[in-house]
Design a binder for this molecule. Sequence first.
Ligand SMILES: [Zn+2]
Length: 215
Amino acid sequence: MEVVPPVSERFGVPVFLDNEVNAAALGEHQAHPGVRDLLFVKISTGIGAGLIAGGRIQRGALGAAGEIGHVPVPDGGGHPCRCGNLDCVEAVAGGTALLARSPAADLPGLAALARSGDAATVALLRDAGRRIGEVVATAVNLLNPAVVVLGGDLIGADEPLIAGLREAVYQRSTVLATRTLRIEPSRLGESAGLTGCAAMVLDRILAPETLDTAP
Ligand SMILES: [Zn+2]
């Protein structure tokens, strides 16, 4: 079902639609003034990315850019992914995969275990970080972002995950691409998406082509 027309009709205003990871990337871009190249990676039940390049969000030809969760990892163990392939990084190291190997019932529970210093959970997150980092390293080589921002449901208990991810990225990306690269947790947390939506609206409403056609 098309989402935009009924909402626009009901409220009588322009409506813009984007996926949550792109919205969060736009929000984090606002929180990093002066940064023109930023990769936002959301690690939740699944894994996805939003890309800001040259100061603009990049959605790709059909809006499918950023699906790094479905990049396969080597020696993944044959985990089936919801996309139909095997050993996508999301199926090996995403939140759902981590919960299957943890006594925690959900991701907040997993985060709580990590915060309490539970050794098995810390090791699980560090290993997941390395796995995700192998994929992010490829994205870093391809895109040369200034900052990789990590968001998702493990915010606040993601130190081992970030440590593993940093380790893999610095090991596998080129020296030039990582010379000044920063890899850091989200600055906006759960409000990144909302901030991004506001930025998207302002960007579209104030775009020269919109103002030119305004009554
Ligand atoms: Zn997949």
